[in-house]
Design a protein around this ligand. Structure first.
Ligand code: ZN
Length: 455
């Protein structure tokens, strides 16, 4: 792996130099350039079938296939993305975001960790795998699917999958867009939470009115919004929507034991959580469990009335609440949406009109079946590559793993090697290069191990 490391870093720097910011239409040409850069790199590495899917409406995605020597070997599809987050505020970057800069073991640049670094890790892994075997055919049929819209919520992923059913057919999806728990505690991610977002609009009259002339005689939307938000949780920190927990699948004892064994430092957690002053959350669960395996309701914003200097004595005409729910298996976002509409109807006083509007694209939750043989294989190759005990972890964020699972119809497992403090989506994103080299080592070993384990 060391022999390939210099070329690997040089390639990654070239790719990072293409500002493939999917959110910004001015950069959509760069998303296309980024896709073609990847396709060229794959062809150079010897991948026999490489395609750029760029006929729209999705931003360009890259597909590649390298058939196994053995036609009966399993087929594995590696999923990742090559679009990146915007870089503002750009003045907070210590190095230009699209001129990747190496400082010691770290490589700084937008996309270094999320997700170009991890996709490049797989290119390296295949080279290492073939070099170790001394052949030009991998042990499993490898497919690569790298989309260009993940940072925008993968709005056309469903359509891409359905348009390319034959190409994407496989026995296993390896999802590569998650971190390990920590450098000294490598982990296999076994799930991501889903998300459902909504905006609630409470309306009284058609305009604000004088609080002396009308106040006390008409309902106040701001007061109603505060009461509604206050009623969302009980005093044990549980969400009060009807049947909110009915479909929640609890983690296995093995998973809970693993979470409890991970190093956890409260002060560091608080510092990395915006400088929060205390831990809180649902009673009966640890902090990691609250973030990984328990669902939540968060108020993202409440807006009503006057917020300017001085006092303006009004009863506001309207209040708006933005909420997001993080969901865990087997919660259904549609069922949560229905329960929220009922909750809002029950908590809207007479004389106010309430509307619940969906916000954002949403994503269902996903958890890996940890008894699947690929998970045992992953743990083995991680322990070999990282030379440490490897435990299970999850991530509290959301992604398209459930969609891939549902539409392709096969299990999804996670193979990621980056770190939670890589500052993804933020200024000074970086990747720790040895993490990617170890991740590549793990993947290279996995392709060797899977035949016989997965069919
Ligand atoms: Zn990502």
């Amino acid at each position: 792996m060391a022999a390939l490391a210099d070329d690997f870093v040089a390639d990654l720097r070239e790719w990072i130099a293409i500002p493939s910011i999917g959110a910004d239409p001015a950069h959509h040409g760069d998303v296309g350039r980024s896709a073609h850069w990847l396709a060229d790199a794959l062809r150079r590495d010897g991948w026999p079938d490489v395609r750029v899917w760029d006929t729209g409406p999705a931003l360009p995605a890259v597909y590649a296939c390298w058939p196994a020597a053995d036609p009966d070997a399993p087929t594995v599809l590696v999923y990742g993305h090559h679009d990146v987050q915007p870089v503002d505020p750009v003045e907070q970057w210590d190095h230009p975001p699209f001129e990747a800069t190496v400082v010691g073991e770290e490589l700084f640049g937008r996309g270094a960790s999320d997700d170009k670094g991890q996709v490049a890790m797989h290119l390296l892994a295949v080279k290492a795998h073939l070099a170790a075997l001394g052949t030009d055919r991998p042990s499993v049929t490898l497919k690569l699917f790298v989309e260009g819209e993940e940072e925008s919520g993968s709005p056309h992923l469903l359509r891409l999958i359905d348009d390319h059913r034959a190409e994407l057919a496989c026995d296993l999806v390896v999802f590569t867009d998650t971190p390990v728990y920590a450098r000294d505690a490598p982990t296999i991610c076994t799930g991501q939470r889903g998300v459902y977002g909504a905006e609630i609009v409470l309306t009284g009259g058609t305009s604000d009115v004088h609080s002396g002339r009308a106040g006390g005689s008409v309902p106040n939307p701001a007061t109603a919004a505060a009461r509604l938000v206050a009623a969302l949780h009980d005093d044990k920190g549980r969400v009060t929507l009807r049947d909110f927990y009915a479909d929640v699948v609890e983690p296995t004892d093995a998973e809970r034991a693993d979470y409890a064994a991970l190093p956890f430092d409260e002060a560091t957690w608080l510092a990395n959580s915006g400088g929060a002053q205390a831990l809180t959350g649902e009673e009966g669960w640890s902090t990691l469990e609250r973030v990984w395996v328990r669902p939540t309701a968060e108020v993202n914003g409440i807006h009503s009335g006057y917020g300017g200097p001085g006092l303006k004595t009004i009863v506001p005409a309207e209040a708006r609440i933005k909420l997001s729910f993080r969901l865990v298996p087997d919660q259904d976002p549609d069922q949560v949406a229905r329960a929220l509409r009922d909750f809002v109807a029950e908590h809207t006083p007479a004389g106010l009109h309430a509307e619940v509007l969906p916000a954002g694209d949403g994503a269902p939750p996903y958890a890996v079946d940890v008894t699947h043989p690929a998970v045992g294989a992953l743990r083995e190759v991680f322990e070999a590559a990282f030379e440490q005990p490897v435990r299970y972890s999850r991530t509290g964020g959301s992604g398209p793993a459930a969609l891939l699972h549902q539409r392709i119809g096969v299990p999804v497992v996670y193979l990621g090697a980056t770190l939670p403090d890589d500052r993804i989506h933020a200024p000074n994103e970086r990747v720790v290069v040895p993490q990617l080299l170890r991740g590549a080592e793990a993947a290279a070993r996995l392709w060797r191990l899977l035949p016989g384990r997965v069919s």
